[in-house]
Design a protein around this ligand. Sequence first.
Ligand SMILES: Nc1ncnc2c1ncn2[C@@H]1O[C@H](COP(=O)(O)OP(=O)(O)OP(=O)(O)O)[C@@H](O)[C@H]1O
Length: 235
Amino acid sequence: MSIRVEALTKVYGKQKAIDGITFSAEPGVLGFLGPNGAGKSTTMKILTCFIPQTSGTASVYGFDVEKQSLDVRKHIGYLPESNSLYLDMYVKESLGFIAGIHKIASPEKRIAEVIEQTGLGPEQHKKIGQLSKGYRQRVGLAQAIIHNPEVLILDEPTSGLDPNQLIGIRQLILDLGKTKTIVLSTHIMQEVEAVCNQVIIINKGTIVADDSLQGLRDKNKGKSLEDIFISLTNK
Ligand SMILES: Nc1ncnc2c1ncn2[C@@H]1O[C@H](COP(=O)(O)OP(=O)(O)OP(=O)(O)O)[C@@H](O)[C@H]1O
C-alpha cells in the first residue's frame, strides 16, 4: 500500500482539524474532496511531514511519517496549495537547486526530462517571476517530481488556471497517475470526473465517503457528483 492512514487526528489548540481518519491509497489518482476547512490540507501536511499529527499513524511507501520522515521525503513529492517559488530564479536554476537538495546523480539529464514532461520547454529560459500562473504551477509540479517519487500530494494544483492550462495540467496528472499514487485535492467536480479513480470526501474532519468514482455513482444513482458532495457535506 502506498499510503496508509489510521485513526489520524490533528488538534490545533482547541480546534480538531481531523478526527480519527482512516484510509489507504494505491497507484492511481485519489480525489481528496471536502468543503473549506474540512481538513484536507492538514492531512496532506501530515503525510508530507510538514506538521506532526496529534495521534494516530500515517505511512508513505511503507515508511512512518513520524519515525522515518527522511525516508518518506525521498518517496513523496508535494505541491502545496500556496506554491511559493523563488521568483528571481530561472526555471532551470530552480530545478537545479531542488535536484541538489535531493542529491540527484545526473541533474542535467533529469532536469531536461522533467522540463519535457511538464511542458515547460518554451518557457525554460525565463525567470519564474516572468511566468504565467499555469507555467508557475508546472514549475511547482516539476519540482515535486524531479526525484521521481512514487507518491505525489497535490493541493489544489489547478486553482485559478484558464481552461487551456487546466487541460494541460490535468493530462499531466493523468499520465503521472498511471504509475504513481497521487492524492489530489480539488473543489472542481469536473476535474474529479476527468482524472480520479478513487474519491474520498471529508467533512468537518471525518471521512463521509471513500469509494471508487464508479462505486460512488452506483450508490447514488441519478445524482451528479456535485449533488453527492452537497448531500454528504451538509450534515
Ligand atoms: N495552523 C493552524 N492553526 C489553527 N487552526 C488551523 C491551522 N491550520 C488549519 N487550521 C484549522 O483546521 C481546520 C482544517 O483546515 P484545513 O486547512 O486542513 O482545511 P482544508 O480542507 O484544506 O480547507 P480549504 O479547502 O479551505 O483549503 C480549519 O478549521 C482551519 O481553520
